[in-house]
Ligand binder design. Structure first.
Ligand code: ADP
Ligand code: MG
Length: 339
């Protein structure tokens, strides 16, 4: 075969392979867009575990009608404009590929109205084929509708699991988001029935902690807040008597982004080493804040991982902070002081 440029839709479908694994990845990308747009409330309507329908509505800044086609164009973004911006990126998104990817593998609709505009507009995309911009009544904010995910990609559709399993993945991701953003109200419905509501308010997130991870965790949690070397680590760690059989309650956020990081996970494990029984797992919700130029978030399209410029320093900072906090509770217990 001669060398030929790929058609746009196929390029987007290839990108979708990395960004859109399952309904939960769509929910993640769309809710992150809502948060980047400054939303204070996000409504998430799902049907059949998100396979049949994912509809995300927000009250954020909105998109002007004439920019709707750009929003679904590959590598078009309002979040960065230069390499300097990328190296200090503070938004959750920046690659400009979620919407075009999702739109290329679903029946897709984007409707929006900027806060200061009188009218809204909508754009439909069907398996990558883009329709006309049409006027549409809409409250200030944005709605994205994703129907029949992977309807045109049978190989992907085959990997979708049962409705309950897909819903479980969505709920798990929303839990992790709810922990990080107690200032945002999240309402979820499934198959037409309200299924979950996280109320906004408690900025300290303590109430959210119980709501999301259970009262047992919340009761045993130690509040952490320690700064040094330009780093801040805050959040909650469970006291050793509350441990888990698996690593199912380990939440780490770097500058507000939920990530997995081996080095930080190792530092936590080390801090608990002497106080947890062999094979038991600690539970924690930890937020690490540092200057965005000290961490590279552009490691993978799905952005589940980051790369620290000074990984060793961060490892030791996390280890020492937690070791100290745990040592204090032990001292408290030994002297009979309630921890
Ligand atoms: P990215 O988030 O990386 O910029 P996306 O493909 O997810 O790329 O979105 C493309 C652009 O569309 C965003 O940069 C933003 O300007 C706009 N956009 C997407 N979703 C929303 C939303 N919910 N509210 C306002 N603008 C949005
Ligand atoms: Mg995005």
């Amino acid at each position: 075969m001669p060398i030929r440029p790929l058609p746009d839709t196929l390029i987007n479908q290839i990108a979708a392979g990395e960004v859109v694994e399952r309904p939960a990845s769509v929910v993640k990308e769309l809710v992150e867009n809502a948060l980047d747009a400054g939303a204070t409330r996000v409504d998430i309507d799902l049907e059949e575990g998100g396979i049949r329908l994912i509809r995300i509505r927000d009250d954020g800044g909105g998109i002007p009608p004439e920019e709707l086609p750009l929003a679904i164009s590959r590598h078009a973004t309002s979040k960065i404009a230069s390499l300097d911006d990328l190296e200090a990126v503070a938004t959750l998104g920046f690659r400009g590929e979620a919407l075009p990817s999702i739109a290329s593998v679903s029946r897709f609709m984007l409707a929006s109205r900027p806060r200061d505009a009188e009218h809204g507009a909508a754009l439909h995309v069907d398996g990558g084929r883009v329709g006309e911009i049409v006027p549409k009544a809409h409250a200030p904010g944005t709605t994205v509708e994703v129907r029949e995910l992977f309807y045109n990609v049978p190989a992907r559709r085959k990997f979708l699991r049962a409705e309950r399993t897909e819903l479980g993945h969505i709920e798990e991701w929303l839990r992790s988001l709810a922990l990080a953003r107690p200032d945002v109200e999240l309402r979820v419905s499934h198959n037409g029935k309200p299924s979950r509501r996280y109320r906004a308010g408690d900025l300290d997130a303590a109430a959210r902690l119980g709501e999301t991870l259970g009262e047992d965790f919340a009761r045993s949690a130690l509040r952490i807040d320690h700064s040094g070397a330009g780093l801040r680590l805050h959040g909650w760690i469970a006291q050793p008597h509350y441990s888990r059989a698996s690593a199912d309650q380990q939440y780490l956020y770097v500058n507000g982004r939920a990530v997995r990081d081996r080095s930080v996970a190792h530092a936590v494990k080390l801090a608990y080493q002497d106080v947890l029984y062999h094979g038991r797992q600690p539970a924690y919700v930890l937020f690490l804040e540092l200057d965005p130029t000290r961490v590279d978030v552009n490691v993978h399209p799905a952005k589940h991982e980051v790369r620290f410029r000074d990984a060793r320093l961060i490892h030791d900072f996390v280890f020492r902070t937690l070791q100290e906090a745990l040592a204090q509770t032990r001292a408290g217990v030994e002297t009979g002081v309630a921890a």
